[in-house]
Design a protein around this ligand. Structure first.
Ligand SMILES: Nc1nc2c(c(=O)[nH]1)N[C@H]1C(S)=C(S)[C@@H](COP(=O)(O)O)O[C@H]1N2
Ligand SMILES: [Mo]
Length: 329
């Protein structure tokens, strides 16, 4: 690994502890709840079984959080949305544009077996089976706000691992400046991909320093359980200071590249969905003000926070820009 990447600030002393509510041990304990005490890593070879055990364990009208009895809060003191809210109001255009229809349409999606190729400008390209990713990288809980550009938001207790730990393993070369992500292309499983309107597969991207920020998460779970299909099983990106469309679901490919990659949304409407797409209440989207938002489950709108409330962690990434529109576009 060259010096450029060594200088990226990812020392554990710099990780903001208030974002990290559960240790690896706690996650494994949570996994133990759904696997009868076995470690997740040992069981992950059969994620189908794990998932079905988990859903049996949680069946019941009152249960909308898995293995969790008390309410979780983000670091600003707001409660997490319920499991039910998070899994019944989704943007996942590969299934449908109807947010309340994704849950039903995604029931039979096969997220196992699954592999993820990490390639491009790296010294050691690798293809990981999903169970190897779960085994190789300590899973932790991160309670993040998710802010959609449509001006709704939720608080979501993800499980996952830092993208930076994965990137370090493949060793980006000195030419790598951006990371490109791609969703599975499979029209038999994703009915929405039969429509020619969108340039499938869904693609997204981050600048390398954004990708290596400690907040940038590869999510593998929700409320201590493996990610349900509608949330982007088995692996999705979560970039909490950017509008939700950056947080690409059901990833099969992660590629290190030298040029800013095309993204699905910016190729359809570049003036509406920029590459950076940082949450900024002062920069309106052409169709929607971004000044306030509707937290799912609340009636009164709340003010939107710069960088979705994560300015302390990420504002330094954008210091060399003096254009306010930079934050949105
Ligand atoms: N592959 C894929 N990823 C996607 C989307 C999508 O349609 N397809 N929608 C995005 C949008 S617009 C948002 S707001 C979030 C929603 O995530 P959630 O459904 O888990 O809340 O996923 C993002 N990731
Ligand atoms: Mo969104």
């Amino acid at each position: 690994m060259n010096n450029k990447y060594k200088s990226v600030p990812v020392k554990s002393s710099e990780i903001t502890p208030r974002h990290i509510y559960l240790s690896r041990r706690d996650f494994l304990k949570a996994a133990g709840i759904v696997t009868g005490g076995a470690l997740l890593a040992a069981c992950a070879a059969n994620t189908e079984e794990l998932t079905s055990v988990a859903s049996q364990a949680t069946a019941g009208p009152e249960t909308d959080a898995i293995g969790v009895s008390e309410t979780k809060y983000d670091e600003l003191g707001d409660p997490a949305n319920s499991y039910k809210d998070i899994t019944n109001y989704n943007n996942f255009y590969e299934f449908t544009t109807d947010k309340q229809g994704v849950a039903t349409l995604s029931t039979n999606f096969k997220a196992d077996p699954w592999s993820v190729e990490v390639s491009g400008l790296v010294n050691t390209p690798k293809t990981y089976a999903i169970e190897d990713l779960l085994k190789a990288f300590p899973q932790e809980e991160r309670i993040y706000r998710l802010r959609c550009v449509e001006a709704w938001s939720m608080v979501i207790p993800w499980m996952g691992f830092s993208l930076t730990s994965l990137l370090k393993e493949v060793e980006p070369t000195s030419e790598a400046r951006f990371v490109r992500f791609e969703t599975l292309f499979d029209p038999d499983q994703f009915p929405g991909q039969k429509s020619g309107f969108y340039p499938w597969p869904y693609q997204e991207g981050l600048r390398l320093d954004e990708a290596m920020n400690d907040l940038t998460l590869m999510a593998t779970g929700l409320y201590g359980e493996l990610l349900p299909n509608q949330s982007g099983a088995p692996l999705r990106l979560v970039v909490p200071w950017k509008y939700g469309f950056k947080s690409i679901k059901s990833i099969v490919k992660i590629e290190l590249v030298s040029e800013q990659p095309a993204t699905l949304w910016s190729s359809i409407a570049p003036n509406e969905y920029g590459f950076y797409a940082n949450v900024n209440p002062e920069v309106p989207h052409p169709r929607w003000s971004q000044a306030t938002e509707r937290r799912i489950g609340e009636i009164k709108r709340r003010p939107t926070l710069l960088f979705n409330g994560y300015a302390e962690e990420v504002a330094h990434l954008y210091e060399d820009s003096d254009s306010p529109t930079y934050y949105f576009r």
